[in-house]
Design a protein around this ligand. Sequence first.
Ligand code: PRX
Length: 654
Amino acid sequence: MEHEIAIESSLREKRRFKPDPAFARKANVPGQAAYNRMAKAAEKNPERFWAQQAREHVSWFVPWKKVLDWKLPFAKWFVGAKTNVSFNCLDRHLEGENAWRKNKAAIIWEGEPGDTRVLTYGDLHREVCKFANVLKSQNVKKGDRIVLYMPLIPELAIAMLACTRIGAVHSIIFGGFSADSIRDRIKDAQAKLVVTADGGWRRGRIIQLKKLVDEALEDLPSVERVIVYRRTDHGVPMREGRDLWWDALMEGASTDCKPAKLDSEHPLFILYTSGSTGRPKGILHTTGGYLTQATVTARYIFDLKDEDTYWCTADIGWITGHSYVVYGILANGATTLLYEGAPNHPDEERFWQIIDRYKVTILYTAPTAIRTFMKWGDHHPKKYSLRSLRLLGTVGEPINPEAWMWYRRIIGRNRCPIVDTWWQTETGGIMITPIPGGVATPPGSATRPFPGISAAVVDEQGEEVPTNEGGYLVITKPWPGMLRGIYGDPKRYRKEYWSRFPGVYFAGDGARRDKDGNFWVMGRIDDVMNVAGHRLSTMEVESALVSHKMVAEAAVVGRPDDIKGTAVVCFVTLEEDEQAVPGLDKELKDHVAKEIGPIGRPDEVRFTDALPKTRSGKIMRRLLRDIAAGRETLGDTTTLEDYSVLAALREDED
Ligand code: PRX
């Protein structure tokens, strides 16, 4: 299969890093024996394991009657129980034996221009209660959908927690998406209120958040209110009767707001992600199960302690930010650090400065970022002490062993364990990962399923493949943080995740398992590309391209890229009377960036007279992938509709 090359290279990886006994002694899972016991018990009875964890680490107003109700593919966890996410993240740290946390930092924030803020658990509780009351005053009710389109500032976390406090359902849109993308998501979620900011800072420039919201709402009268936080203060127009300033609303708001007692299956949030079609899908997560998995995984995988300063560099607008910047971290009463801006502003040392300044103990980042730091040069991190660090994590893409080793040596100074965590927007929480101190780590492998999670690698027929053979990664049992569906589209939910292999969850990734039981995830095997850790579907980019008046047809493929993991290459045929004039490739890239947002910007546009197709009219993507990567074309091309197309594309290459 296509992942032969990746499998080859990871097969050669023989290094293993054993858990450090000094780390293990103090860890939340204290060593290999403790880990093995936990994993074994969980394997024997996963429901019992999750129930125990839920009882121990989550607070419930009313206990459940049943741990799991599973009607494939629809799951209900902790059936009949009542809880509240904001209560778990805030109130319970202010009372009883944890009351001392009232004045502990919940959020340490640094803005890109260098401004800083610290919010204690007491502060955060007050702000969340106030904003929850603001939402109520704007007629927001339990179950209403609220769109958040904000920079990485504490107010984003405040708005999220305020929604959860009253049972409103948030849908966060990452600040790099365009007006069109915002409009589609607002429409799909039928949101009635948007929270945004005038702007945010990125590489010294203002991102015009409010302006994009205005554009998105032009033909969307269903949105009744827009609440605007003043961040950049650069003077944005406010529409009478619709737009209100955050600070004005907060001024008179009461700090008293009881958390709603919500059903365990009450919707918590919708988060849009790319699938294998052109239309993003709204992944729906609910309350009790998600909270349990986020809390418990954060506790054991990041070994969270009260004295930690934990920094996950992801934007809150992605699932990583939901689960491991906000919910999973605050539910443990830990300190989460937020940084608003770019890693190279004002220079390439910003991250290392932040780590030394706040004495960050745990760093969770993406392989793309690590590879970028490698390119910028060792001399940058080497100028800094980084002594406070004790644990490193990665997420979002396969990490190549070379980057893993660099991370360990240059950032972790050979002292910090690394947890490579595999999971997805759909899984809600981490699924495959080492437990630090408990599992030996080979560079480049996410190792084992988290206790209570069952994963396998299967072939086309759904049979488990032998050791070291590549196949499809599947999850074989329901898990607490699993998506409960695609918002408003149960058919698509069934089709995308549960139909390829009956009875199991199909993740869309290729993987192999080695003789020690370690999983090596190879990357997407569907039409989803993982570009710099962001998900993008080839169809999304294609439909953006064909919406340009000069484009007749487009095929988009990924090409391996040293830094971004995957680069986006577009093959384009133009309308009959159009020509590939100089500058048109840039125009098309700009066009896609405008349609989807800066994260969708293609790396390369190639013009061709026709696209290679099979007799039945299917575009031969594998061939295009090979051409894009400059590889020898290996496949059987006898079904090519027109050999001259292939020849023309190849000539173009020379
Ligand atoms: O291909 C896998 C890759 O990221 C995809 C999920 O993307 P998203 O929903 O945006 O969530 C990213 C953050 C959780 C997966 O299908 N992926 C994520 N983590 C890893 C990974 N691939 C290899 N190793 C990982 N640790």
